[in-house]
Design a protein around this ligand. Structure first.
Ligand SMILES: [Zn+2]
Length: 381
């Protein structure tokens, strides 16, 4: 059974009315440099810890022409719903591979992107996203379709199209996916990033500030596009320089803690990866594969390591890893595979980050689909 675009569209539309009932939060902005893009401000409830849930590697839209694919997406919605109801986070980060675009044979993959956002949106929780290597990949025609059983009858599910034109399924560009998210949803805190960092798109910074004291930031969250899909898996020199300049500008004395989010681990993860199990000082529960790092590095880790305010980096990509390991003055952390799409059958869950102001601490743990909690770690020590 395949997901017809009309059925999927109905699912999206059914969420649209929920949106009408949500109070749109207009992100406040700060920043002194008139040429720089403003920093959106996330309000923290006075006296309460600020809690972030990371949804990594959801891989929506896989194999929609089978029974299996759509079932995985329903399962992924269940995982997210469970985590959101158990933890009630203040903010959600979609940490890349939101969709598996190389499996998506419709012209606009935003349809699946929207479905992945739906559990968070329907609860009125603000969110932001970064791109993974699968999000804007072009459709890969399965070789078995060209053997005896042939191509499934739903192969060209675009109205008034033929095998030429719309059925090339060339992927939905990063800019298109992000523009759709930002323009449709007031709860989205994502940005399209500075244009001079092209072709990477999800490069931006958010500031967490108490509602009653907006000029005293609690933390900065940096999001970087680690590439893959339509271009190389790399954090470019331009992105490294952007981070360096931007962080010096908005947090010159490194007084405010900084957390960093991207999808594909840097090579530094290979250096700290445990050989087997997750022995101390690392903290985690699965260590089932080798680190699949970026194709090239251009100095971002050296820049991060020189800033005492950078406390941790969070990545996805390796579905069989969920550890945090210390590396020099910061922590290198994996999220937890959240989606039923993508490879691997390890139990699904989500990494949670909790920032406390008084006394200051950054704690993290993993919340599982079966409600278990494990692998708590103090990232501010
Ligand atoms: Zn993935």
């Amino acid at each position: 059974m395949a997901v017809s675009p009309s059925a999927a569209r109905v699912a999206v539309l059914s969420f649209a009315f929920l949106l009408l009932n949500l109070h749109p939060i207009s992100p406040a902005t700060v920043g002194s440099d008139p040429d720089a893009s403003p920093v959106k401000r996330l309000p923290a409830r006075p006296g309460s810890p600020f809690k972030i849930a990371l949804f990594a590697d959801l891989h929506f839209g896989e194999d929609a022409w089978t029974d299996w694919g759509p079932r995985q997406d329903v399962n992924s919605v269940c995982v997210m719903s469970t985590v959101l109801d158990d933890e009630v986070p203040d903010f959600v980060v979609y940490l890349g591979d939101v969709i598996t675009a190389n499996n998506i044979m419709i012209a606009n993959a935003s349809l699946y992107w929207d479905q992945a956002l739906s559990p968070t949106r329907s609860r009125g929780i603000p969110f932001a996203s970064v791109f993974g290597n699968h999000d804007d990949a072009a459709f890969e025609w399965p070789l078995e379709w060209f053997s005896a059983p042939g191509i499934p009858p739903v192969h060209c599910a675009v109205a008034n199209s033929s095998f030429s034109g719309d059925c090339s399924f060339s992927g939905t560009h990063r800019l298109q996916l992000m523009t759709n998210e930002i323009e449709q949803y007031a709860l989205s805190y994502s940005s399209k990033g500075p244009k001079d960092l092209w072709p990477s798109i999800s490069n931006y910074v958010l500031q967490i500030s108490p509602m009653d004291n907006p000029l005293s930031p609690i933390a900065y969250l940096y999001f970087l596009d680690s590439g893959g899909g339509s271009y190389s898996e790399v954090l470019s020199n331009a992105q490294s320089e952007w981070f360096k300049t931007r962080s010096l500008e908005i947090n010159p004395d490194s007084r405010v803690p900084e957390l960093i989010f991207w999808h594909i681990p840097s090579k530094a993860y290979k250096k700290v990866a445990p050989w087997s199990g997750v022995p101390k000082p690392c903290v985690g529960s699965i260590n089932k594969e080798t680190v699949a790092s970026q194709q090239a590095e251009t100095g971002i880790m050296e820049i991060l390591e020189k800033r005492p305010s950078v406390k941790a980096v969070f990545v996805g990509h390796n579905h069989g890893l969920d550890w945090c390991c210390p590396s020099k003055n910061l922590w290198l952390c994996y999220a937890r595979h959240t989606g039923y799409g993508g490879y691997g059958d390890w139990a699904r869950g989500a990494r949670i980050i909790e920032i406390n102001q008084h006394p200051f601490s950054i704690k993290s743990w993993i919340r599982m689909e079966n409600h278990d909690v494990h692998s708590e770690v103090n990232l501010s020590s």
